[in-house]
Design a protein around this ligand. Structure first.
Ligand code: ADP
Ligand code: MG
Ligand code: ZN
Length: 473
């Protein structure tokens, strides 16, 4: 009997706010170490926390976007533990009565199609500082700029059945959170961090196996690698008669290995208790409804609308709605008059390829793309030539028609000129002309190709077969 993998994810997401969760310090990433600190986030005696309203708005929007229920009353709690990067000796989080419960994320599983992962809870908390082990040869440096930066934690049910599903869920979650603008969700920069709980069980078994928790995973690709390693480790252990012990494993991306965290560093007893410096968090129903009203169209809804409105396949609509920027770009191109299907093809190929090579910048304005598409459809430039015009527009800007003219790519629809090219081709390919006249009419494609070659792509492709047939007919 085979094994089934069970994974549940706890995802921490930094909220995009100007200031920290409970003080006025800047929450910006990359400042001079220990420059964004104050008595509140350093935990100096007597300093009192004040919740950041903007952070609460973003957290509530995230919960609503995931279909969760935001509670009118929730509680802040102290999570107590000792670690050098936690100067207060505790983290303000939520434990009992979190900000929101319930909700789901619908994602595309590589083996089960569209599936829903349940969101168990979403709560707000503050981030800890950062221990830097690579600054000084023998010591650890502390940067407390991150201490107190607003976070949400999103906890799923044990719903994933493979490392690939865990990754697909995270990418969908990132897409939703990016759409609503609550976070940039950059795993490499640490603005999205995931703790992955993994267990295995015999296929058909309904009880959950003992889990371990894998930490220190900092890219989407590592999610798959780390979880695959941990799953294999557990299966091997169980098959050799051993037992999985509940523990924290650390992923080492350099060695591509998972190892138990030294037990001294874990076995937490957080001794949660209600935060005495903060009253319960009470949010009015109108305030919550306002956040709901501020949500933009979400990726799944936009995708379905694109399918219906622009008559696109679901796969193409998914590509075009992969980010809000790309979706807006596509719609602006259509609004500027471009044919929806042609615009979709251009965005999915040239536009995204160019963006990929230029830090995701969409370098040709939608209006220019729409004009370029119109030039193709009006027969002024060939599709091939338009790609060169596009490259030039991306690099240097300008007006599509002027650029096409400057590059000598405007198609020639002048009968006399095209007829000259046709004569030239028929004159140099007498053998093929004879075969054509003997009934090999599919050679027409060959002649068209030759005329395009002789004209260096400039002959009007509608005119060429017409003139050829007249001359050969
Ligand atoms: P803990 O108390 O250890 O933090 P929780 O019940 O809060 O555990 O669950 C934390 C995360 O672990 C959730 O995402 C949950 O879905 C997942 N999880 C719980 N039990 C298992 C299990 N046996 N196998 C895999 N994931 C699990
Ligand atoms: Mg937990
Ligand atoms: Zn501060």
């Amino acid at each position: 009997m085979g094994w089934e993998t069970v994974i549940g994810l706890e995802t921490h997401v930094q909220l995009r706010t100007v200031s920290k969760m409970f003080c006025g310090c800047s929450a910006a990433f990359g400042a001079q170490p220990n420059s964004n600190v104050c008595p509140v986030c350093l935990g100096l005696p007597g300093a009192l926390p004040v919740p950041n309203e903007q952070a609460l708005k973003l957290a509530v929007r995230a919960a609503l976007a995931l279909g969760g229920t935001v509670h009118e009353k929730s509680l802040f709690a102290r999570k107590n533990y000792f670690y050098p990067d936690l100067p207060k000796g505790y983290q303000i989080s939520q434990f009992e009565q979190p900000l929101a419960t319930g909700g789901s994320v619908s994602y595309l599983s590589p083996d089960r199609g569209m599936v829903d992962a349940t969101v168990v809870r979403l709560h707000v908390e503050e981030d800890a500082g950062k221990s830097l082990h690579d600054r000084f040869p023998k010591g650890t440096a502390l940067d407390l700029n991150r201490t107190g930066v607003p976070l949400i934690e999103i906890v799923t049910g044990p719903d994933f059945r493979s490392p690939q599903e865990a990754r697909a869920y995270l990418q969908t979650l990132k897409q939703v959170l990016e759409y609503i603008g609550v976070s940039d969700c950059d795993m490499e920069k640490g603005s999205l961090r995931v703790d992955a709980n993994v267990s295995v069980r015999r296929k058909g078994e309904t009880a959950l196996g003992t889990k371990s928790e894998v930490k220190n995973i900092n890219s989407f690709a590592y999610v798959e690698k780390a979880l695959g390693l941990e799953r294999d480790r557990q299966i091997a252990l169980l098959e050799s008669g051993g037992l999985v012990v509940q523990q924290t494993m650390l992923y080492d991306s350099k060695e591509n290995a998972v190892r138990p965290q030294r037990s001294k560093e874990e076995s937490h007893d957080y001794r949660y208790f209600p935060e005495p410096d903060l009253p319960p968090l009470v949010l009015g129903p109108e305030w919550i409804a306002e956040q709901q009203a501020l949500l933009p169209e979400l990726p799944a809804a936009k995708r379905e609308r694109f399918v219906a409105q622009y008559v696109l396949s679901r796969e193409h609509a998914a590509v075009l709605t992969s980010s809000r920027t790309v979706a807006d770009y596509y719609e602006s191109t259509v609004h500027a008059g471009a044919d929806a299907k042609a615009a979709a093809n251009w965005v999915m190929t040239e536009v995204l390829a160019d963006a990929k090579e230029h830090d995701d910048r969409l370098r040709v304005p939608p209006v220019s793309l729409a004009q370029l598409i119109a030039l193709i459809q009006g027969g002024t430039v060939s599709h091939q030539a338009a790609k060169r015009v596009f490259a030039e527009l991306a690099a240097k800007g300008g007006d599509p028609r002027t650029v096409a003219e400057a590059l000598g790519l405007v198609q020639v629809a002048d009968m006399g000129v095209v007829a000259g090219w046709v004569s030239e081709v028929l004159g140099t390919h007498t053998a093929e002309v004879a075969r054509y006249k003997n009934g090999e009419t599919k050679l027409i494609q060959f002649f068209v190709g030759q005329v395009m070659k002789v004209s260096r792509g400039k002959a009007d492709p509608k005119l060429v077969p017409q003139l050829l047939k007249e001359r050969l007919g």
